[in-house]
Structures are given as C-alpha cells and as structure tokens.
Design a protein around this ligand. Structure first.
Ligand code: IFM
Length: 446
C-alpha cells in the first residue's frame, strides 16, 4: 500500500516560521466592569452618542474575557504558533497609576499559561489605545507625564509576567492615535487639534523608549514598537507629486521609524511642523537618546498603500475593501518590508497585522465563505515571501484578526476575523479563511 505523499507548498517559509494571529484587549475582551477594571478612554468615547456606528461599545465584544479558554482551543486547532494580544492597562492600573490590580494580572497570567500549555508563543502589546480615563483627565498623551506613567505600568508588567512573555510590543500604531485620535477625531479621545497631535506623537515615542529602558533594567525579553506603515507612491509622474509623496512618507512612516531606528526626527517633517510647534518645543534634551534605545524586533502592520497627488491630496488606484481607507495592493507589503530593511538595516521583523474586512454571513449550511479574505492573505503572504527571499529578516506573520471584533468607530459592522463571531450567542464559526490558514500553517507555506 503506498503512503500519501505530504503536500509541498510551492512557497515554503523558513522552518520555525511564526504563523500567528492578532487581537487587542478592548476589541475582544468585553467584561469592562469585571474584576476591578477601571474605565478607559474607549469606554467614554464609545458611550458618547454619535461617536461609534450604531452606538456599539466594547462592553461585551467577543466576550473573550470569559471565553478565553475556548478561544485558546481554537488557536490550538488552527495550529497557531504565535498569538499577539494586548494587555488592558485599566485592568492592571484602574486609575493609570499605583499598585497593580491582582485580578487583572491573574487574567493575563491564566491566558499566558493557556498559551504555553498549547505550545503557542505569546507576543504581548502593552498599549493598544485603551488609555485609563483617569490619565486622560490628567492630560492624556498631551502630557509628558503620561509617558512616565506608561513606563511604570510597563515595568509592572515586565516584573509580573516577564517569565511568560518572550516578546513585548510597546505602543500599537502611534500614528493612528495621532491621526484618528487628535487630527480627524474619529477615535478616542476625539480631538481635532494638529498642534496637540504631534506633541502626542512625541510623547508616545518617549513612552516607547522609556519602556525599552525599563525592560533592560528589569530582565530578559525582546521588545519593539508596532508601527502601521504605508508605502506612499506619487499618484503621477510629475516632480510635484514625487515631492508631495516624499513629505507624505515623512508623516506616515519616517516620523515613527527614524527616531526609534536612527535617533533623529526627519528634518522635512520638523521643518513642515515649524520650530515653534508644540511638538518641536516639547522635545527635551536626551529624549531622542531614550527613544532610540536599541530594539530587538520591529513589528510592521501593513494594510494599504497611499497615492499622493501633486497637490498633496490622495488618490485611489486599487480596489478598496469595506474599509474605505484600504486599497488592496499586495505589492505594497513587499515594498514596505524591503524598504525598512534597505533604509534601516537588518532588524528582525514581525508582521503583526495584515487583513481586511469582508461582508461575512453564515450560509444555510452553517459555513462562512470569506473567499475574499483567502485571496487577500494568499497574495500578501506571497509578497512577504518574496521579501524574505530578497533578504528581509521576517520571523513571523500575524493575521488581523483571530476573531471578528469591535472595529473602533465602525463598531461591529466590519468583520475582520478568521473566526466568525455570532454576537447574539457568542458562537464561534471557523470561516473558510481559518480552514485555509490551518493548511498554510501545516504546510509551512502557500
Ligand atoms: O482593528 C484595527 C487594529 O486595532 C489596529 N490596526 C488596524 C486594525 C484594522 O483597522
């Protein structure tokens, strides 16, 4: 009797590649009043009428706080090797300062133990936007003090969970906090104040650097920031569009990469902001030294390119998803990964987010056929594979997201998960993409 030959994926990833999925605390946990958790700015924001679609809040979300054991089993069944999640700061320090709340710590300890029992390597993000409301009341990220409070919280986490977390990510997408929280105002805390926005950018990076320093003083472990990077292409062949795209790139990418990886803010962005801007005035002696403390890993999140017109506006060049800001362009994954390695050196990279929302429904046979997500992930993984082949030290790849979840200002309307969540019953259904991803992991390639 002949044995079946194991399938060989045409695009094989390196042995031990970290196949993973991502989530964040406010988007999945629910249980916003359990076990001493304090209020976060997203509790306040989502309860404010008109801020979130349909008035949705994260009060229940995917109820992961109560169902984490089932979710851990799902991860094991998918074959995940890595799970990237975030810790809710208000569960640990309900008011943003002081002694840790033991029950909050215990939840994450149980989660981490569950991951280790199932052979899944954790990657923990310290801040994924759920700032304790008490710190917002004291000035939020506009206040330099918040960066120091963050470093204390980070140190608490390193001491409490450092034995279980090999890789820490400091701040998730500082750019989104700046642009959505302080420029457009459609994320918490809902401000529209460009001067405040870029001061916030500086304080978020200072917070990152102080946390790196705290980890080095506390113990072993790897650490880095999680940056959403968007390749910025000129929308036409004119020199004006090229110049506009270059400055756009400064605000989208270099403002966050350069200080961490080169110890300098990009000159063109600083010049554009102006010497009298609150940000430039807010950079104290020694800050850039703190911010550029060597990191161990860079977490890259790629969703979309940006095409910049000669006038400095943006243009659409590819199909979009249900998220109106997203253009589907897998080549952008290759471009951004190779660019980081080319411009900043061979720093280890993890892709911590990549995905799209699709209009998922449960069919009469009980399945969810998200063929669009399968095509999207396959094409982006192929681009990541090409970047690897061309020398990018890519260690792992995490789909955004493991579960359907609370998509911030879009509430529950957009479904980003590999796993469908029926919010009425909290039943989980593996979508077609989840079954496909399990095969990718088993084959170590596509
Ligand atoms: O859901 C978000 C996540 O919290 C941060 N990165 C982008 C995702 C999709 O918008």
């Amino acid at each position: 009797m002949s044995m079946p030959t194991p399938r060989r994926a045409p695009l094989r990833f390196p042995a031990g590649f970290g196949w993973g999925a991502s989530t964040s605390a406010y988007q999945i946990e629910g249980a916003t009043k359990d076990d001493g958790r304090g209020e976060s700015i997203w509790d306040t924001f989502s309860r404010t009428p008109g801020r979130v679609r349909n008035g949705d809040t994260g009060d229940v979300a995917a109820d992961h706080y109560h169902r984490y054991r089932d979710d851990l089993d799902l991860m094991r069944d998918l074959g995940l090797r890595s799970y990237r999640f975030s810790i809710a700061w208000p569960r640990i320090q309900p008011d943003g300062t002081g002694a840790p709340n033991q029950r909050g710590l215990d939840f994450y300890r149980r989660l981490l133990d569950g991951l280790h029992e199932r052979g899944i390597t954790p990657m923990a993000t310290l801040f994924h936007w759920d700032l304790p409301q008490a710190l917002q009341d004291a000035g939020g990220w506009e206040s330099r003090d918040t960066a120091y409070r963050f470093a204390e919280y980070a140190e608490t986490m390193f001491r409490a969970l450092g034995d279980r977390v090999p890789t820490w990510l400091t701040v998730n997408e500082p750019k989104t906090v700046v642009q959505n929280g302080y420029l457009s105002g459609h994320h918490a805390p809902g401000r529209q104040d460009p001067e405040a926005a870029y001061l916030v950018a500086h304080h978020l990076q200072l917070a990152h650097g102080l946390a790196v320093r705290a980890l080095r003083a506390t113990g072993p472990g790897r650490i880095g920031p999680a940056l959403n990077l968007h390749p910025c292409y000129p929308a036409d062949d004119s020199p004006e569009a090229a110049a506009a795209a270059r400055l756009y790139d400064g605000y989208e990418n270099r403002l966050y990469l350069d200080p961490v990886l080169t110890g300098r803010y990009p000159h063109d962005v600083l010049a554009d902001l102006g010497a009298q801007s609150r940000m430039v005035q807010g950079i104290a002696d020694g800050d850039l030294e703190v911010i550029s403390a060597p990191i161990d890993i860079l977490a890259v999140q790629y969703y979309t390119p940006i095409y910049v017109t000669a006038q400095g506006g943006t243009a659409r060049r590819h199909p979009t998803s249900e998220a109106e800001w997203q253009q589907i362009h897998p080549e952008g994954m290759y471009d951004i990964l190779t660019r980081v390695t080319r411009d900043y050196g061979p720093i280890p990279i993890t892709v911590t987010e990549n995905g799209l929302p699709t209009p998922d429904t449960v069919g009469t046979d009980g399945t969810v056929d998200d063929a669009g997500r399968v095509a999207f992930l396959r094409d982006h993984l192929a681009a990541a594979h090409r970047a690897l082949t061309d020398g990018v030290p890519l260690e792992s790849f995490h789909v955004w997201s493991l579960l359907d979840n609370f998509e911030w200002a879009e509430g529950y309307d957009q479904r980003w998960g590999l796993v469908y969540v029926d919010y009425a019953t909290q039943r989980r259904i593996l979508k077609r993409s989840a079954h496909w991803y399990r095969t990718v992991i088993a084959d170590n390639g596509i």
